[in-house]
Design a protein around this ligand. Structure first.
Ligand code: KIV
Length: 272
C-alpha cells in the first residue's frame, strides 16, 4: 500500500498537484469495467484512466480510432460505480473533440454527466488549445497527452518513440508549457526519450505522468491488461509484466474444460 493511500482519502486533481510539490510519485492504471476498477482502486492506485485503449483491449480493434463517445461513457460509468478513492480520468475519443471547441465541450459534458467521471484526457498541444480552454471554462478538469498520441497514428505511421529529433522535442516542450498555462492539471507523456521527459517534468509545475518516458517524471501509467499479462503479444521495452495471467487463465480454462468433460465437475459438494 502506498503512503499516498494512507494520507489521501479521495484523490482529486489538486491532490495530484500537491503530490508533485511534495515529490510523491503518482500511480495510474487503466480500467474499463466495474470488476477491474474495484481491484485497482482497492490497491491504492491514485488515478484510474478509462483509456480509449479500450478500443484495442476490450473490443479488439487495431487502433484507438473506432471507439465512440457512447462506448467510452459506458466503460467510464462502469468504472465510476466501483471506485472509492481513485481519481477517474476519461479519454475523449477520436472524433469527439477535434473538429471544434463547441463539439469538444459537448462531448466533455456528456462524459461528466453520463458517466460521473472526474476529468477528461485529450491528445495534442497547441492544435486543440481552444477546445481545452472551452472545457476548462465549464469547470471540467483536463489532463493533456503529448508524445506518442495514438489517435494520430495514421499521421505518424508507426508507434515508435517520438520527439527524438530536436524540432519535435522543442515543440513538445512548448506544448507542455502551453498546456500548463491553459490550465490542464496534469499531462501524460507517452513514449519519448527519458531525458526529454525529465526536462519537461522539471520545467512545469503540474504532474507529468509517463508511459515509456523513463523515471524522471512525476508518475507512471500502464495499461492494466498489459502489466498483468492478460495480453501477451504486446512487448514494448517500457512494459513491466507483474503477472502472466494469459497463461494462468488459459490453464484454468483448460482444466475446467477437462473437468467438465471427465465428469469431475461438479462433485458432490458443488451441487444442491
Ligand atoms: O488509452 C490509454 O490507455 C492511454 C494510456 C496509454 C496513457 O492513453
Amino acid at each position: 500500500m502506498s503512503t499516498a493511500k494512507k494520507e489521501y482519502k479521495r484523490i482529486t486533481t489538486k491532490t495530484l498537484v500537491d503530490m508533485k510539490k511534495k515529490g510523491e510519485k503518482i500511480s495510474m492504471l487503466t480500467a474499463y469495467d466495474f470488476t477491474m476498477a474495484k481491484i485497482v482502486d482497492s490497491a491504492g492506485i491514485d488515478v484510474i484512466l478509462v483509456g480509449d485503449s479500450a478500443s484495442n483491449v476490450m473490443a479488439g480493434h487495431e487502433t484507438t480510432l473506432p471507439i465512440t463517445l457512447d462506448q467510452m461513457i459506458y466503460h467510464a460509468a462502469s468504472v465510476v460505480r466501483a471506485i472509492e478513492r481513485s481519481l477517474v480520468v476519461v479519454d475523449l475519443p477520436f472524433g469527439s473533440y477535434q473538429s471544434d471547441p463547441k463539439e469538444a465541450l459537448r462531448s466533455a459534458i456528456r462524459i461528466m454527466k453520463e458517466s460521473g467521471g472526474h476529468a477528461v484526457k485529450m491528445e495534442g498541444g497547441s492544435e486543440i488549445k481552444e477546445s481545452i480552454k472551452r472545457i476548462l471554462n465549464a469547470g471540467i478538469p483536463v489532463m493533456g497527452h503529448l508524445g506518442l498520441t495514438p489517435q494520430s497514428i495514421y499521421k505518424f505511421g508507426t508507434y515508435t518513440v517520438r520527439a527524438k529529433e530536436e524540432e519535435e522535442a522543442d515543440k513538445l516542450i512548448e506544448d507542455a508549457i502551453l498546456l500548463e498555462k491553459t490550465g490542464c492539471f496534469a499531462i501524460v507523456l507517452e513514449k519519448v526519450p527519458a531525458k526529454l521527459a525529465k526536462e519537461v517534468a522539471e520545467k512545469i509545475s503540474i504532474p507529468v505522468i509517463g508511459i515509456g518516458a523513463g523515471n524522471g517524471v512525476d508518475g507512471q501509467v500502464l495499461v492494466t491488461h498489459d502489466m498483468i499479462g492478460m495480453t501477451h503479444e504486446f512487448n514494448p521495452r517500457f512494459l513491466r509484466r507483474y503477472l502472466d495471467l494469459y497463461t494462468e487463465m488459459k490453464n484454468a480454462f483448460s482444466q475446467y474444460s477437462a473437468d467438465v468433460k471427465s465428469g469431475d465437475f461438479p462433485n458432490d459438494s458443488e451441487q444442491y
